[in-house]
Write a protein that binds this ligand. Structure first.
Ligand SMILES: C[S@@+](CC[C@H](N)C(=O)[O-])C[C@H]1O[C@@H](n2cnc3c(N)ncnc32)[C@H](O)[C@@H]1O
Length: 280
């Protein structure tokens, strides 16, 4: 995935309200409880650190953190460094274990990066980074609340008589196909087990979202980055892709509502011998 897309998203990234803010508050509370008994300082690596708001929330709870943030976007890393004392690593999460020390982190965070990073790769990288007894905090949406999106895609675009709208629909499908967001919690949990990991805690957050108009849809999908994959069109400048997205959001009818289902997991390394045969 394309760094310039995420640099563009950094300009409008919103961790101050909505899904990201609610997720950060809740995850930080639970993670702090889990980490508090461990002797400090606590090494934490955030893969896809974004603007650093999650680490800032954790640090505000009084934990003695040594924070490392990895991201493909230099603009995101600058935002994070302006917020917290951070060792910034400009690299993709797919290469985390090449650029970060093995078995060194009390906590590894991976929040909302499964849209860009293959699940198997991410779980394997994170597992190798964890110190003994360390925890992986994995947060992701699933496709469970996505029904209205797929219906809208069909109704407004893919089955339209207008060839431009149908082409738009295919571009959306292309963006969706690039994502590694799991279908359901059950499918993700099976992959976690195969990776030799085990879910220690699961919280599910359901956020009801309504777009009153095209502006709302554009702000959510493009400015805040929830549909960032749409912008990653080979050979198309981000500004042109943004203009296309703006046109696209005007073709739907509003209000448009859906539910984001968000899984917030604490994951540990499974005791030896408990991995399934697939996982070795
Ligand atoms: C939706 S934001 C989430 C940011 C943060 N984790 C949070 O929960 O607020 C996704 C972040 O992942 C970064 N990213 C995208 N692809 C990545 C990759 N392959 N490796 C590392 N970071 C990536 C983006 O630049 C962005 O900062």
């Amino acid at each position: 995935m394309n760094r310039r897309v995420h640099d563009a998203v950094a300009a409008g990234y919103n961790s101050g309200s909505g899904i990201i803010a609610d997720k950060n508050r809740e995850v930080a509370q639970h993670l702090a409880e889990r980490l508090r008994p461990r002797p400090g300082p606590l090494a934490v690596a955030d893969l896809g650190v974004g603007d650093g708001a999650m680490l800032a929330q954790l640090a505000a709870l009084g934990l003695p953190l040594e924070m490392t943030g990895l991201d493909v976007s230099a603009a995101m890393l600058r935002l994070a460094q302006a917020r917290i004392p951070l060792k910034a690593v400009h690299a993709p999460a797919q290469r985390a274990r090449e650029v970060l020390p093995a078995a060194a982190f009390d906590a590894v965070l991976a929040h909302f990066i499964l849209a860009y990073v293959d699940r198997h790769t991410l779980l394997a990288q994170a597992r190798d980074l964890l110190a003994p007894g360390g925890v992986l905090s994995l947060v992701t949406t699933t496709e469970e609340g996505g029904g209205p999106f797929f219906e809208g895609l069909d109704r407004f675009f893919l089955t339209s008589r207008n060839p431009l709208k149908r082409a738009m629909g295919r571009l959306c499908e292309r963006g969706i196909a690039q994502s590694h967001v799991p279908k359901s919690y059950a499918s993700l949990e099976a992959e976690i087990r195969v990776a030799g990991l085990v879910v220690l805690r699961r919280d599910t957050m359901r956020q009801h979202i309504t777009f009153e108009n095209a502006e709302d849809a554009y702000r959510f999908g493009i400015e805040e980055g929830w549909a960032a994959n749409f912008l990653a069109m080979p050979g198309v400048p981000v500004r042109a892709a943004q203009a296309l997205a703006r046109w696209g959001t005007r073709q739907a009818t509003y209000p448009f509502s859906f539910t984001q289902v968000i899984e917030m997991l604490e994951i540990g390394v499974a005791p030896t011998g408990s991995a399934t045969e697939d996982g070795g």
